[in-house]
Design a protein around this ligand. Structure first.
Ligand code: MSP
Length: 651
């Protein structure tokens, strides 16, 4: 294991909004980074966006926008979502940034000068969604793309080629002699299977006459660089390749790429051969995870079954959503997403096992020891058994992280939590209290709390803010509560100091009960028109107060009204165009009886920014403004003084 851990996600296309798949890879990278940092390594975590190419150009055209303006607007969706998901990336690269474009040009020129790039006439079959060329023999029946099974277009044109074919034997040998370079092993075999056919040269240009949105080739102004050749280079341009040798060497020596299985060939064939041609060492590993399926089906916009991470975050809370994603996907395999399976996982692992155990330990400490961590006596076998299991789980988790088996590691940790619950049953602290056996009671509660300290330390990388809260409830000071240190303090039994105050506030993971949306629809005699996730409602049992976290799930933001107009045929409605920081949105609101459109323009109002889009009288509305009404009088909630930027959080 290297001391420097550099992890990357694929850089995402900015042609669409991020979905659960993108969120998963990014979250996985975040969790791995936090684990490696806890294991004492120096870490660097890179993510970003892939902004050139036909897909992005098309998306911009559809919106009648210049490509860069389109990118500038959509990139924010990724950046904001990552913030909301608690992602701590060290850098965010955009392929339209100068720092990246400069390096792509430098590499192109160097390879061209070395004779590794040449020009030739080419006949190929191009797949727009995959942004890739295929030869006749690669195609499926009917000329369909072998990757996404959609129709391809035949093209004949002059282009530039990278001499990829000359590295075929070297690559086969490299993969065979470096187990762990491509993971899981079956993906390595899949790549070797692909390499059984002769490897062609890689077309790395697009004539500007057909596609202008890309990095211009430094040796031919009529062409732009192929988007994949450009995009893959982000992994080195972001860490100082060609500009900061020391930084580059430091991170590249510990590089690990995380990808989805859909982009295996580009990462395990194109990228290694490009690196070889540049004379650079290979990354340590390329790990391809499986797909999140919606139930049993592939997620796709046309099927309307794409899971929106925002919905899930609102339902579970950020940290619990992170936990469920990590625990539910066996790394490498496909996983099925259903809201029901996530709720089941949440309720059993977090609400029942973990939440319940914390509540027991803290409540009993409050009841019998005035809320102060008690001083333990000597440990009996039953205590030692739990202690040993808790300490052993640190090693098991380390191992799971090093072998990319996060789900297994979490399972080990949850086994300790379940053992701790059983320990409470076995030792029956409430009976000890009745018997007045306070010394034994102190030992039991201390053992239970120390076990929870270890467990929560192991879960910190997955649930950073919930576990910090958890640990502070146990009585740990903030600076220890928020840091996980797998090699030092975590395994030191006795870290909880006797006499410190524990805290019992509201449940960290209130149970979620779900009203069965299908049953409800049936009862209403309606046909289900939307996916269950849209209809489901979560109710925290027995709680009508909200916590600060719950309040902040509703994003209230300042917005500036840019335009306002009446909606034809709806005398109560106004259609507003509002500015929310860098973004503009349309909202529809029932305030036409109370405000003239011209009175609204320029006002700074307050909107719910993360409200699910809705159609009001057939018009899309992306948010809701706040207003108060008494009798016939309605007044907008505005910002005092009015002179204030838009997009600022209110709370
Ligand atoms: N821009 C390229 C990657 C270039 S990397 C040098 C690209 N972008 S993408 O926006 O299409 O994102 C692909 C990645 O998103 C996948 O590899 C995977 O990491 C993630 N996912 C997208 N859908 C997914 C699922 N349904 N399930 C899991 N992850 C998937 O390809």
């Amino acid at each position: 294991m290297s001391e420097n851990y550099y992890v990357t996600t694929p850089i995402y296309y900015v042609n669409d909004k991020p979905h659960i798949g993108h969120s998963y890879t990014t979250m996985l990278a975040d969790v791995l980074t936090r684990f490696h940092a806890a294991m004492g390594e120096d870490t660097f975590f890179l993510t970003g966006t892939d902004e050139h190419g036909q897909k992005v150009q098309k998306a911009a055209e559809q919106r009648h926008m210049a490509p860069l303006a389109h990118c500038d607007e959509t990139v924010v969706r990724f950046q904001e979502l990552w913030k909301r998901l608690g992602i701590h990336n060290s850098d965010f690269i955009r392929t339209t940034q100068e720092r990246h474009k400069r390096i792509v040009c430098k590499i192109l020129q160097e390879l061209f000068d070395k004779g590794l790039i040449y020009k030739a006439e080419y006949t190929g079959h191009y797949c727009v969604p995959c942004e890739r060329y295929f030869t006749e023999k690669d195609l499926l029946e009917g000329g369909l793309c072998p990757e996404c099974k959609r129709p391809t277009t035949k093209l004949v044109e002059s282009n530039y080629f990278f001499k990829m074919s000359q590295y075929q034997d070297w690559l086969i040998d490299y993969i065979k002699t470096h187990p762990g370079f491509i993971m899981p092993e079956y993906r390595s075999n899949e790549t070797l299977g692909f390499l059984r056919k002769p490897l062609g040269d890689l077309c790395i240009s697009r004539p500007k006459s057909r596609l202008s949105w890309g990095i211009e080739l430094p040796f031919d102004k009529d062409y732009v660089c192929y988007v994949w050749f450009d995009a893959l280079i982000n992994y080195i341009s972001a860490i100082g390749y060609g500009t900061d040798d020391e930084k580059f060497r430091k991170w590249w020596s510990g590089a690990h790429h995380l990808i989805g299985k859909d982009i295996l060939t580009t990462h395990t064939v194109y990228w290694p051969t490009m690196l070889k041609a540049m004379g650079l060492p290979m990354p340590k590993s390329i790990f391809a995870h499986g797909w999140w399926l919606s139930g049993q089906d592939k997620m796709s916009k046309s099927l309307g079954n794409v899971v929106n991470p925002m919905d899930m975050m609102n339902l579970f809370g950020v940290d619990a959503f992170r936990y469920c994603l990590m625990a539910e996907m066996v790394l490498g395999s496909d996983a099925s997403f259903t809201q029901a399976s996530f709720i089941k996982r949440y309720n059993s692992d977090l609400a029942n096992d973990l939440g319940n155990m914390l509540s027991r330990a803290v409540k009993l400490t409050i009841k019998y020891f005035d809320g102060r961590v008690p001083t333990p006596g000597s440990l009996e076998d039953v205590d030692l058994e739990l202690k040993d299991q808790a300490i052993a789980s640190i090693g098991l988790m380390r191992n799971a992280v090093e072998n990319m088996k996060i789900d297994r590691g979490l399972e080990h940790v949850m086994n300790v939590v379940r053992a701790a619950n059983r320990y409470m049953e076995k030792t029956a602290p409430w009976t000890l209290a009745k018997q007045g056996n306070m010394e034994r009671l102190a030992t039991v509660l201390y053992t239970a709390s120390e076990t929870l300290r270890i467990v929560s330390g192991l879960l910190l990388p997955v649930m950073p803010s919930k576990m910090k809260e958890f640990r502070m409830k146990l009585g740990l000071p903030e600076e220890i509560a928020e840091r996980s240190d797998f090699s030092g303090r975590l395994e030191k039994w006795g870290t909880l100091e006797a006499g410190t105050q524990v805290h019992d506030t509201e449940a960290l993971f209130p149970r979620i009960v779900i009203e069965d949306p299908m049953a409800q629809l049936k009862a209403e005699g309606k046909k289900a028109e939307t996916k269950p996730a849209d209809k489901a409602k979560a109710v925290a049992v027995g709680e009508d107060m909200v916590t600060i976290d719950e309040f902040f799930r509703t994003q209230l933001k300042t917005a500036k009204v840019l335009e306002a107009e009446k909606v034809e045929g709806a005398d109560k409605l106004l259609k507003l165009k509002i500015e929310l920081g860098n973004e503009t949105r349309q909202i529809v609101s029932g305030i036409a009886k109370h405000y003239q459109p011209e009175d609204l323009v320029g006002k700074i109002i307050i909107v719910v920014a993360n409200l699910k889009p809705a159609k009001i009288r057939g018009i899309e509305s992306y948010g809701m403004l706040l207003a108060a009404k008494t009798g016939d009088t309605l007044k907008l909630a505005t910002i005092d003084g009015g002179d204030f930027p838009s997009g600022i959080a209110v709370g």
